[in-house]
Design a binder for this molecule. Structure first.
Ligand SMILES: Cc1ncc(COP(=O)(O)O)c(C=O)c1O
Length: 353
């Protein structure tokens, strides 16, 4: 099948560029003690997760219990939920997954730790625990070394939980376009997290893993980074948001659109904000890189005068944010040139629970 035969809007993934991005990531990690735990939230596609494991990833990170459920069902043996699982209704499923795979979750609250222990005890499951430490994003995570130590010591007394280490995700800096500012803040976080690890170990609490990092982080990390698990997701795909940072990865993901209307001052294509998400950065059309765009639910207007385009012509769009854009599609088309090689389901799209 050729891409010109696809019904639009359609999600395209350039297989050659994706493979290049995977091998660039291998190079980035070479010589460090960091292992890749790519983030599933970026693609929600078990076929891609399995490919990442086959290419050397030590496990898969995800954000939601529903995603972990899909990953374990697909045979992924090592899954990190880089998030808190708090709601009581969710704990039986968490415990049943913990019996079938090596599963790790984040915590920042004692009550939650005790609820996790009770759920694991009831099912006979065992769970790895990362205490989340807040490094500046102002999302989840405890805010003092003393509180990390207190929670780690509680976890160490509970028979169905193991204290695996620290989650320290610096999401506030991943997309910082000022390279100097990004490097300065990442160095501050590296130093602080290394001090936290030392603080815990001096008090008899071994820290096996330090987890976090993103696509924006990994290009800047020091070779002797304290992090042991890299949770980057976007590096395989890229988007206009990450393109602005000048990272070593290339654009592999596109939305294929069709022109539905042409006027002397504009061209209108068949996808809008219900397809092209806007949470981080505006998408762009490589054929009209500087054109003003206007978005509605199912249309994007490209203000370009007297183009030779006709209704039915196709245009490629670079998504603003790959992770949220992929989540709007049912399938991803792996392409090479004009050929569609594979069509893979985005099984976990919409799995928000
Ligand atoms: C916990 C966690 N790790 C890593 C990432 C980074 O992913 P990316 O490489 O796509 O920026 C995110 C992004 O939301 C995240 O929430």
């Amino acid at each position: 099948m050729q891409i010109t035969e696809l019904s639009t809007p359609a999600l395209l993934l350039d297989q050659t560029v994706m493979e290049e991005n995977a091998s660039i990531m291998k190079g980035v990690l070479q010589g460090t003690k960091m292992r890749l735990y790519p983030h599933y939230k970026s693609h929600k596609c078990p076929m891609i997760a399995k490919m990442q494991i086959d290419q050397g990833a030590a496990g898969i990170t995800c954000a939601k219990l529903g995603e972990a459920d899909d990953l374990v069902r697909e045979g992924i043996q090592n899954v990190v939920i880089a998030n808190q699982v708090v709601q009581q209704e969710k704990l039986p499923l968490l415990a049943s997954l913990a019996k079938r795979a090596q599963l790790t979750v984040c915590v920042d609250d004692e009550e939650n730790i005790r609820a996790l222990e009770a759920a694991m005890a009831a099912e006979g499951g065992h769970l790895g625990i990362l205490v989340e430490y807040e490094v500046g994003m102002r999302r989840c995570g405890v805010e003092t070394f003393e509180e990390v130590l207190r929670l780690a010591r509680i976890i160490s007394t509970l028979p169905h939980l193991t204290f695996s280490g620290i989650q320290a995700y610096a999401g506030h800096i991943s997309h910082e376009e000022d390279g100097e500012k990004r490097r300065r803040e990442l160095l501050r976080i590296e130093t602080e997290v290394a001090r936290l690890k030392g603080y815990l170990e001096e008090r008899g609490v071994p820290v096996f893993h330090v987890c976090g990092g993103s696509t924006g982080y990994c290009a800047e990390k020091p070779d002797d980074t304290v992090y042991t698990q890299l949770q980057a997701g976007s590096y395989l795909f890229m988007d206009s948001s990450y393109q602005a940072l000048g990272l070593p990865f290339r654009q592999a993901l596109y939305v294929l659109t069709s022109v539905v209307s042409v006027k002397p001052d504009r061209v209108v294509v068949d996808c809008g904000v219900k397809t092209l998400t806007m949470d981080q950065h505006a998408p762009f059309f490589p054929a009209f890189p500087d054109a003003e765009l206007s978005f509605s639910e199912e249309h994007t207007t490209i203000f370009a005068e007297n183009t030779e385009l006709l209704p039915g012509d196709m245009l490629l769009c670079v998504p603003g944010h790959c992770c949220t854009t992929i989540n709007t599609f049912d399938r991803i088309h792996l392409i090479q040139g004009e050929d569609v090689l594979h069509v893979w389901p985005i099984t976990s799209r919409g799995k928000a629970q």
